[in-house]
Ligand binder design. Structure first.
Ligand code: HAX
Length: 444
């Protein structure tokens, strides 16, 4: 057994009694209440999901296993010659909450090399789709097609044991994390580079290998590491993480669950926003014609977008109430590596103007940029100008969080998810009565 799996087994044994005690002794303790606005409004802010893998504070932003993004980068062992950690080190950290030593990281790098082989029929599935299909369709279909490899499904079919179910889920999760960069790079080269596929280099870590298979030189290996890590997880309530958790709760395996999560990520209010940001900027440039961008014409275009009924992509958030630290991390990368890039300058100009316009507009609760406002700039700079591919990149990173979470879901035996719905008549009745729980006899 690998050091990571051993460590995970130890952590699971430590964690199970905590969850069991909470359920048995404190199951009735109230931690939140729900109002009509939340029931109609997408369940915003209701505390009804549990994860120890990441936590999102509205003011501070994301913490992975208790660490901010800069603390995470500082703590983990770095890739050779790089200032960024390997994705393998981060995977160990997300799963166990502990910082691995170099020997433990090297073991995962070796293990991923063995796990990374993608069955050839997966590439045939991609090639069978029309080339003009959206790359997220190709990505999600490829993950789903690979389901026949699932060790969890085999375990279930051959006699299921709840306490041991995390083991095959961990195996599927690890296989997927190791394989997704190959599938993504294949889609990129197949769709946009005339099918000129670059084979993997088994001597490289996940991030460097992805850069190699994409056909992009340094520092794109660091871009890949940073991008995968910061996009990995944003606690459990966002659409992709929640979808993965929900589907896995029916004891669907990691392939079914992650393919479903990707379909949620493909929505323009979620992961597709990174593509939308670049589309918005191209439209803005077209609109400008010969004019140079300046604060005034950026402002006008922002208002035109809002008046046409569209959202400003890359701005706003359901939980965050300040600039997303994932945006800041990428901005700092740009300031260091591409300060004079014209697209970076334009995105920075939008950053100066958009929050004021959104505040004046008066609808968005958070006028500040999220992760998607900045990620496309870096991709564009290093030659990935095909912006409908950006959500696939997001999906490669998001896999780390979703798959770590569903491994833990099985370890802790979380049940099938099944919240309760009510009817509009019921809401109207409770509205009249001043609330459901004030009624003497609760009828529903
Ligand atoms: N531009 C214009 N209007 C916006 C807005 C924006 N960027 N952000 C929010 N609003 C509007 C909402 O559409 C809503 O309008 P209605 O009352 O007419 O429905 C109102 O402001 C209140 O919304 P909110 O409570 O502030 O935001 P929500 O929690 O409902 O939605 C979203 C959060 C991220 C979906 C939203 O801010 C948005 O659409 N942003 C633009 C798309 C985007 O960047 N998405 C990526 C988010 C990060 C992420 O998940 N990445 O994957």
């Amino acid at each position: 057994m690998s050091r990571l799996k051993e460590k995970l087994a130890e952590k699971i044994l430590e964690q199970r009694p905590r969850t069991a005690k909470l359920l048995k002794e404190f199951g009735e303790v109230v931690i939140d209440q729900v109002n009509i606005g939340q029931a109609i409004g997408g369940g915003r802010d209701i505390r009804c999901l549990v994860t120890d893998i990441s936590y999102l504070d509205p003011q501070e932003g994301i913490r992975f296993r208790g660490k901010t993004i800069p603390e995470t980068f500082a703590a983990l062992p770095k890739a050779p010659g790089s200032e960024y950690p390997t994705v393998e080190a981060f995977w160990y950290f997300l799963l166990t909450g502990e910082v691995p030593d170099q020997a433990e990281v090297d073991q995962i790098v070796g293990e991923f090399r063995d796990r990374a082989k993608v069955p050839s029929y997966v590439f045939d599935v991609i090639k069978a789709l029309p080339r003009e299909s959206h790359p997220m369709v190709m990505f999600s279909a490829a993950v789903l097609a690979m389901q026949k490899e699932s060790r969890f499904a085999k375990f279930y079919n051959e006699g299921f044991n709840k306490l041991e179910a995390w083991g095959p889920m961990y195996e599927d999760a690890s296989d997927l994390v190791a394989r997704l960069p190959r599938i993504a790079a294949f889609i990129y080269r197949y769709k946009y580079k005339n099918g000129d596929i670059i084979d993997a280099d088994p001597g490289l870590d996940l991030g460097a290998n992805f850069a190699h298979m994409m056909g992009i030189r340094k520092p794109y290996d660091d871009v890949a590491r940073m991008h995968m890590i910061i996009h990995s997880d944003h606690e459990s309530g966002n659409v992709s993480a929640h979808t993965g958790h929900l589907v896995a709760s029916a004891l669907s395996d990691a392939y079914y669950s992650y393919s479903a999560a990707l379909n949620g990520l493909a929505g323009p209010l979620h992961g597709l926003a990174s593509q939308e940001v670049l589309g918005w900027i191209q439209n803005f440039k077209k609109h400008l014609g010969e004019q140079e961008p300046n604060g005034e014409n950026v402002r006008e275009f922002l208002w035109e977008t809002l008046k046409s009924g569209h959202v400003v992509p890359g701005y706003g958030h359901a939980v965050l109430r300040k600039t997303d630290p994932r945006y800041t991390t990428q901005r700092e990368f740009c300031l260091k590596h591409l300060p004079d890039d014209p697209l970076f300058k334009l995105v920075s100009m939008v950053y100066e103007v958009a929050p004021g316009v959104l505040m004046e507009h008066g609808k968005a609760k958070n006028p500040w940029p999220n992760v998607d406002a900045q990620s496309g700039v870096i991709q564009w700079h290093y030659g990935v100008t095909e912006y409908d591919f950006y959500t696939v990149l997001f999906g490669v990173g998001r896999a780390l969080g979703v798959l770590a979470n569903i491994t833990w879901d099985r370890a802790l035996g979380y049940p099938i998810e099944r919240p309760k719905s009510v009817t509009t008549d019921m809401l109207e009745g409770w509205a009249q009565a001043g609330g459901r729980l004030v009624k003497q006899a609760v009828t529903a």
